[in-house]
Design a protein around this ligand. Structure first.
Ligand code: 4AD
Ligand code: MG
Length: 425
């Protein structure tokens, strides 16, 4: 049915009669006047209902308009400098569409487990709406960034016959007469052939890791954007996304009380250090980390805090990295890998590398990693027919959104988080 207005357009309708349908975010009344916070299109507006200005049925509807009931309202949009959107509605009539009884999430404090059990309802709260709006902006900006630079979107499959990022985090599922299939850990391997076909390409979709860790930075299912091309610019990408969030998400950032000066500080150039230098830096700070150890969350936090900007760490020992990474020609024990570590404790947001383009070297790496050679024949083909130097990276959307939004736990950055101990709702 047409003829309904939406809250974001009210600013342009001051003094006019408007019609809205939405949910009761909150309600209070004092004698002959009532107020409803109406939620619609992800925003809220205050409805003012005065007993002497509405009919008996509207006043009755107000009495039954409990939290999260749906209502339909007609009224006049008026300027109200105290409200966030600058508008309130003086109601002429109010009707109850559906009275909600006993909505479980009340304004009192709830524990995380309770909220996660009610994730489908928790999404309606102002903080969760703010995070999801930032996520939506980030996803749109990821597409815009690549399209503006001539990249083609190429979708990688989710059901795959082989591992990309190590065999310890694979989700398996039976696949008819072909034995087991695995849920994709990364679209990268499928993107490399597409780069030979189309040039600059990227994929953007869900990826899966059976990570047996319950940290705030790990999900079993997360979204990753992966560009693949001859030259890549990590810094431009991160700066572009942060600028889009600052430009288009002022309202959600305010709801989240995000210190936006930290986001404004995301400027090029990002400091760049080799893995060996990062180890020295950590040891100078008193850490007992040894060359060859992987960074955990505390190490990543210390490295990034030393610069207060995203930091690029390069030249990791090959033993810490995936089979497909090109060795450093000056020291083949190191990989031409590049990770970006975000400040404020958000950790590794980007992992990338140059790819091995030599057929025989790639074959020997597959063997060293004990990977089934038959399952990788198609991937070796890219090194048989017109091999080329290329690089790529992957950025986890949830880690990036957590950083932008200033929320410490990834579970709030994806609509329905999949963690080790949860698959409901
Ligand atoms: O460093 P990773 O494992 O790199 C790859 O998958 C490469 N194939 C990417 C490429 O070169 N095309 O993962 C990339 C990023 C990480 O930096 C992190 O942001 C995110 O994916 N990520 C996770 N996010 C949430 N939960 C997890 N379990 C994640 N594992 C990785
Ligand atoms: Mg990584």
């Amino acid at each position: 049915m047409s003829g309904w207005n939406s809250i974001p357009e009210l600013g342009a309708l001051l003094g006019e009669e408007v019609r809205l349908r939405g949910w009761v975010d909150g309600r209070r009344s004092s004698g002959r006047i009532g107020f409803i916070q109406l939620r619609e299109s992800g925003a809220t507006v205050q409805l003012v209902i005065s007993r002497k200005e509405v009919d008996e049925a509207s006043w009755e509807a107000l009495q039954h308009a409990t939290q999260e009931s749906t209502v339909a309202v007609t009224g006049t949009a008026s300027a109200d400098p105290r409200s966030p959107g600058g508008v309130e509605i003086h109601v002429s009539s109010l009707a109850l569409v559906h009275g909600a009884d006993g909505y479980p999430i009340t304004p009192k404090e709830h524990g995380t487990a309770f909220l996660m059990d009610h994730r489908h309802l928790w999404l309606r709260s102002s903080r969760q709406r703010a995070v999801l709006r930032i996520r939506s902006e980030v996803c749109q900006a990821i597409h815009n960034f690549h399209r503006e630079r001539g990249y083609y979107l190429v979708d990688s499959p989710i059901l795959t016959p082989a591992a990309c990022e190590g065999t310890s985090t694979l989700f398996e599922t039976p696949y008819f007469d072909h034995g087991n299939a695995y849920l994709s850990q990364s679209g990268q391997l499928y993107l490399e052939p597409a780069a030979a076909a189309l040039g600059k390409v990227y994929c953007f979709g869900p990826t899966f890791r059976a990570e047996k860790s319950k940290t705030r930075r790990h999900l079993m299912e997360f979204w990753m954007v992966e560009p693949e091309a001859a030259f890549l610019d990590f810094e431009d990408f991160v700066v572009y996304l942060a600028e889009r969030v600052l430009e288009h998400c002022a309202d959600p950032l305010r709801v989240l009380e995000r210190d936006t000066s930290r986001l404004e500080a995301i400027r090029k150039p990002f400091p760049r250090l080799r893995y060996a230098e990062a180890i020295d830096l950590l040891r100078n700070q008193g850490s007992e980390i040894e060359f060859g150890d992987d960074f955990g969350a505390p190490e990543e936090t210390s490295i990034a805090e030393a610069f207060e900007r995203p930091v690029m760490v390069t030249h990791y020992p090959t033993s810490l990295k995936a089979f497909y990474m090109e060795p450093d020609p000056d020291d083949p024990t190191l990989a031409l890998a590049l990770d970006v570590i975000a400040p404020e404790g958000y950790g590794e947001i980007i992992g990338g590398s140059q790819r091995i383009h030599d057929h025989d070297l790639l074959l020997s790496r597959l063997k060293e990693h004990d990977l089934p050679i038959e399952a990788f024949q198609w991937y070796l083909d890219i090194r048989r027919y017109g091999t080329f130097e290329h690089s790529g990276f992957g950025m986890g959307v949830e880690r990036f959104v957590a950083w932008m939004a200033g929320v410490p736990h990834l579970r709030e950055t994806i609509p329905y988080p999949r963690t080790m101990d949860r698959i409901y709702p």
